[in-house]
Design a protein around this ligand. Structure first.
Ligand code: NAD
Ligand code: LMR
Length: 328
């Protein structure tokens, strides 16, 4: 039997946590021969609910679940973490933008970054889901002084999955036929789902969907506004689809990407595509055979796309400037 992998999850008693933990415990993500330790982190008011979640984990008697720890202590929670999924934070309500949460959630990521730096395994990888996830990831990364920047990710996979579904419906194909879909920039209403480089059945998306006004208009706004539409319909922000996207992200970062394809995840920019170095921006990412990731280079960016990318990167700079006081 392999040595257990340790996954720390903040906000473990919340909506997304509830949709996440049980799937990790089944072995769906790290493999059917890979035992897992779960370290579940909540704030004090969430500890009673977390106790209930842990009772349910017990009641599943999962063969691969080695150890479960529930705690409100960050040092204990991130101890030995190989993966840290930072979900815990307040979701927005109807009428808010995700960026409105910066003042509430941003500061949480200072102590979490510091605690990860002090306690996690040396190979730790950190995925930030809590909104506004790009800038929260920036705060955590900057405070995790002992962890290389390339281990920090913010989630835009839900947007990628949403965009694929929209294109698939329009083209009357299954979503699995849509590939090469990159979300650029911020997980916000400025994000740019890049249909110009997307493929449907291995053909350029724009050859399959000739309705260019729809691609440039309704398609983009539907993806940008999908989170708000879910909140309006459900009265609560997306949870199962968000948990699913978090798991897709982890899987994509530990599994070689199929030849010629890529996935969307926000990473610390190295200046690729003219994006200011140091910003946590979503771009096309591939995982190679060695298990490391790289930015897919050389995608053609037309003037329409460039304008959209500029707008979302400008917003990321504004968010970074708004949290200057939280950065070391
Ligand atoms: P929720 O309110 O159901 O759960 C959040 C949990 O986090 C609660 O149990 C709360 O007690 C806990 N928490 C709050 N502060 C914490 C802290 N400092 N440390 C540990 N735990 C803490 O919310 P949810 O629906 O699970 O959403 C969580 C976050 O994920 C929100 O910010 C939401 O906007 C975001 N989200 C992001 C995406 C994305 O695509 N990036 C998608 C969906 C939701
Ligand atoms: C989403 O995209 O569904 C989440 O980020 C929640 C939200 O506030 O939109």
């Amino acid at each position: 039997m392999k040595a257990p992998i340790t996954v720390s999850i903040t906000g473990a008693a919340g909506q997304i946590g509830y949709a996440l933990l049980f799937r990790i415990a089944t072995g769906e993500i790290f493999g059917k021969d890979q035992p897992v330790n779960l370290r579940l982190i909540e704030i004090e008011p969430g500890m009673a609910a977390l106790k209930g979640v842990m009772m349910e984990l017990d009641d599943c008697a999962f063969p691969l679940l080695n150890e479960v720890v529930g705690t409100s202590c960050l040092n204990e929670g991130f101890k030995g973490a190989n993966w840290a999924l930072l979900v815990g934070s307040v979701p927005r309500k109807a009428g808010m933008e995700r960026g409105d949460l910066l003042g509430i959630n941003g500061k949480i990521f200072i102590s979490q970054g510091q605690a990860i730096s002090r306690n996690a395994a040396r190979d730790v990888r950190v995925l930030v889901v809590g909104n506004p996830c790009n800038t929260n990831a920036l705060i955590a990364m900057r405070h995790a002084v002992s962890i290389p920047d390339d281990r920090f990710f913010a989630m835009t996979r839900l947007d990628e999955n949403r965009a694929k579904s929209q294109l698939a419906r329009k083209a009357a194909v299954h979503p699995s036929k849509v590939t090469n879909l990159c979300i650029w920039g911020n997980h916000s209403a400025t994000q740019y789902p890049d249909f110009t480089n997307a493929k449907i059945n291995n053909r350029p998306c724009t050859d399959v969907i000739s309705h260019v006004a729809w691609l440039k208009g309704e398609f983009i706004t539907t993806v940008q506004q999908r989170g708000a539409a879910i909140i309006k319909a459900r009265g609560a922000s997306s949870a199962a689809s968000a948990a699913n996207a978090a798991l897709d992200t982890v899987k994509s970062l530990i599994t070689p990407t199929p030849k010629g394809d890529w996935h969307s995840v926000a990473v610390c920019s190295d200046g690729s595509y003219g994006i200011e170095p140091g910003l946590i921006a979503s771009m096309p990412i591939r995982t190679n055979e060695e298990g490391t990731w790289e930015v897919v280079q050389g995608l053609p960016i037309d003037s329409f796309s460039q304008e959209k990318i500029n707008a979302t990167i400008a917003e990321l700079k504004e968010e970074r400037d708004a949290v200057k006081h939280l950065l070391p």
